[in-house]
Unconditional design. Structure first.
Length: 152
């Protein structure tokens, strides 16, 4: 799995989270999830929850100039991507794939993540990039698919 994790590709770069990135990540945490999960209570994605929801996780950020345009947070013991969020204007430009590559380069494979069944655009993205369905839970209050990336 090769990535430009330390450099810049297509106008953006990927690097490990710095404390100064928190406001930009919190902004994306709120805006992207409110967009994608519009039926959820909006307070669930309040910016203040960013730190609570990512405690103990490793985070990589995608940046363009001085702006955070996406991030991935991972629970390292299970190589589980908890959040993979990319600003609307940066989707389709390789940001999500570069964030996933940085996770794989650092933690190795396999990597798992859950995706809501209703999130068709995300499911299409994962399946197009080689993620396979390992489990489907339709009884959960937010039905999801557990995906795994086992090879680059």
């Amino acid at each position: 799995m090769s990535t430009a994790a330390a450099g810049t590709t297509q106008g953006f770069g990927i690097r490990p989270f710095r404390q100064a990135d928190a406001p930009g990540c919190a902004r994306i945490f709120e805006s992207v999830q409110r967009e994608v999960f519009a039926d959820d209570p909006p307070e669930r994605f309040a910016r203040e929850r960013f730190h609570l929801d990512t405690t103990g996780e490793l985070i990589w950020v995608a940046h363009a100039a001085d702006r955070i345009v996406g991030f991935a947070s991972v629970w390292p013991p299970e190589r589980f991507i908890h959040l993979l969020l990319v600003e609307r204007g940066w989707r389709g430009q390789g940001v999500g794939q570069a964030l996933i590559a940085a996770v794989g380069d650092t933690l190795g494979l396999p990597i798992d993540l859950k995706c809501r069944i209703s999130n068709l655009s995300a499911r299409t993205f994962y399946e197009r990039h080689g993620w396979t369905e390992v489990e489907r839970n339709e009884r959960d209050p937010s039905p999801y698919i557990l995906y795994r990336l086992a090879k680059p």
